[in-house]
Write a protein that binds this ligand. Structure first.
Ligand code: HEC
Ligand code: HEC
Ligand code: HEC
Length: 457
């Protein structure tokens, strides 16, 4: 696939570079052969326009990458391009009729709209690789179809079906008896070794599902190495934890009780014995889980409860068609949010939680932070052991973000304004004005939601 660009695109000699810049792009029509197959058309467009040259971690440097002047630039583009998005899994999904990831969809859509890809220095070298209007139309129609079929929420207003941000689902189906037990266990300190710490200690429901500390304080005053994300709406994330090491909430809930710096229990047998000694609780539990307390039933109940932690907000009302739910200033903030590419990562119903993104695409965030690298900074690498996943983190949700400082996986950013500035500098490569920051903050305010009919504080 890395050779695909050489099939049809003439690599012009350097001397012709200036000529190539003034020549109109002719575009490839290869994809037209697959008029009856949208996925094949999209895959062909991505392959024929050189996208994989800079968006595939396994791509090799082309021969001119060894040239003294342009060589280093090409290499930088390939590194930066792949940090921004690696299209290998997207192509695999397209080739095999699988569902395309929501963040990939948002990203392809974004460049089809902005027309910024491939970069002009590349199209200058590869005549005919800029996306022409037909190709852009194919990409946009495809993105719209996939979103409508797979990612649009059923309650969304007709005019917002194709928005990268979608309203929360009204509810996730749950078993009320399990939810009630899960609520109690979530608040039960007996899950910890010395009966001092519950899930709610670090993820208080009255404190927006976080502890407002840079690093959480666990049993015996010990501190972990990453910031605690909110539990609200976490059911909507594709995987759990910053590095995605848990597949779902049930698997996630098995972690903290035995984590030596969080709840420090020795085993689920120990926890189960303590819980079963509570006659009243045991009776209620057996009525729902006849097999009694064990790792599977305890974590099942907690996960079931967590699925109810959805926080519909004014922005959801707006997306569902209530025009008066948010102000003109807030709408302008949302438009700016999309314009500045925020929604290519903070996408979908949870404005995040759908992809693992490189932190510091446009600059070295860790250098800027100035404190040495920690294990927590490895991010997704800890799970995959792939070098390209180092410093990739699950994009955090922006729901209730006004209430959940400090920010980032390292909890090093104290205010939302600073988080917004950091995103512009290190993810987008853009300086942001105070007026623009205010506008985005106005939008983020609309994402503060309600739980059980009460606005989160
Ligand atoms: C010469 C290398 C190169 C080629 C070829 C290339 N890109 Fe990129 N791409 C980059 C770089 C570098 C970035 C980093 C962001 C920037 O410069 O704006 C990037 C960023 C992106 C982004 C994220 C930014 C955004 O606007 O959402 C997308 C999506 C993207 N490219 C898609 C594509 C597609 C689709 C193609 C093929 C039509 C393509 N790229 C071809 C180098 C390349
Ligand atoms: C000592 C504080 C502490 C306790 C106690 C604790 N957590 Fe966490 N929680 C964290 C931290 C820190 C993270 C992030 C860890 C990581 O990503 O590596 C986290 C992550 C999570 C996540 C993942 C959210 C996401 O978006 O990825 C969920 C869900 C969660 N905790 C639920 C629970 C449940 C349920 C319990 C009780 C069984 C619990 N936590 C106990 C601190 C705590
Ligand atoms: C390339 C993907 C990407 C883009 C584009 C992006 N973000 Fe982020 N955002 C992330 C990731 C990943 C993190 C977490 C980084 C970390 O923890 O080190 C994050 C963190 C944040 C946070 C902190 C949230 C928290 O709970 O810690 C805010 C606020 C935020 N982004 C807002 C924005 C805004 C506003 C934009 C548009 C200018 C934007 N982001 C663009 C990926 C992205």
């Amino acid at each position: 696939m890395t050779n695909a660009i050489f099939n049809k695109n003439a690599v012009l000699p350097i001397g012709l570079l200036s000529l190539a810049l003034v020549l109109p792009s002719c575009g490839s029509s290869e994809y037209k052969k697959y008029a009856d197959n949208q996925a094949k058309q999209v895959a062909t467009i991505l392959r024929d326009n050189g996208c994989m040259q800079c968006h595939d971690a396994a791509a090799e440097l082309p021969f001119y990458g060894k040239f003294p002047v342009i060589g280093p630039t090409v290499k930088v583009d390939m590194v930066e391009g792949t940090r921004y998005v690696d299209f290998t899994s997207l192509l695999e999904a397209l080739d095999n009729g699988k569902l395309v990831a929501e963040a990939d969809l948002a990203k392809v859509e974004d460049v089809a709209l902005s027309g910024t890809m491939p970069p002009s220095k590349y199209t200058a070298m590869h005549w005919g690789t800029s996306l022409d209007s037909d190709e852009k139309a194919v990409l946009l129609a495809w993105a719209k179809d996939i979103r409508k079929k797979n990612y649009a929420t059923s309650t969304v207003a007709e005019e917002f079906v194709n928005e990268p941000v979608q309203p929360l689902p009204t509810a996730i189906p749950t078993d009320p008896a399990k939810v009630a037990l899960g609520f109690d266990l979530y608040h039960d300190t007996r899950l910890s070794h010395d009966n001092t710490i519950a899930c709610a200690t670090c993820h208080g429901l009255e404190t927006a599902g976080v502890d407002h500390k840079q690093y959480s304080e666990g049993i015996g005053g010990q501190f972990g190495g990453v910031n605690a994300p909110t539990v609200y709406n976490s059911a909507l994330n594709i995987l759990q934890f910053w590095d995605g090491r848990a597949a779902d909430l049930k698997e996630q809930a098995a972690g903290p009780p035995l984590n030596p710096v969080e709840m420090g229990s020795l085993s689920f047998d120990d926890i189960s014995a303590k819980l079963a000694a509570d006659k009243d609780l045991n009776k209620r539990f057996l009525a729902v889980y006849p097999e009694g307390f064990n790792q599977s039933t305890i974590t099942d109940a907690i996960a079931e409860f967590e699925k109810t932690l959805l926080t519909p907000s004014r922005f959801d009302k707006y997306l569902m068609g209530d025009k008066s739910a948010i102000t003109a200033e807030e709408i302008a903030g949302y438009e700016l949010f999309k314009e500045n590419k925020c929604a290519t990562c903070h996408t979908g119903v949870n404005l995040g939680g759908q992809s693992f993104e490189y932190m510091g695409i446009k600059g070295d965030y860790f250098d800027y932070r100035g404190t040495g690298l920690t294990d927590g900074d490895n991010g997704r690498f800890a799970v995959t052991q792939k070098e390209q996943d180092r410093h990739r983190f699950k994009t955090p949700t922006l729901r209730n973000v006004m209430l959940t400082p400090p920010y980032m996986h390292d909890g090093s950013i104290a205010t939302v304004e600073e988080a917004i500035r950091i995103m512009h500098e290190f993810q987008i490569g853009k300086e942001i004005t105070d007026v623009e920051t205010k506008s985005i903050v106005a939008f983020l305010n609309t994402l503060t939601g309600e739980y059980n009919g009460k606005l989160l504080q």
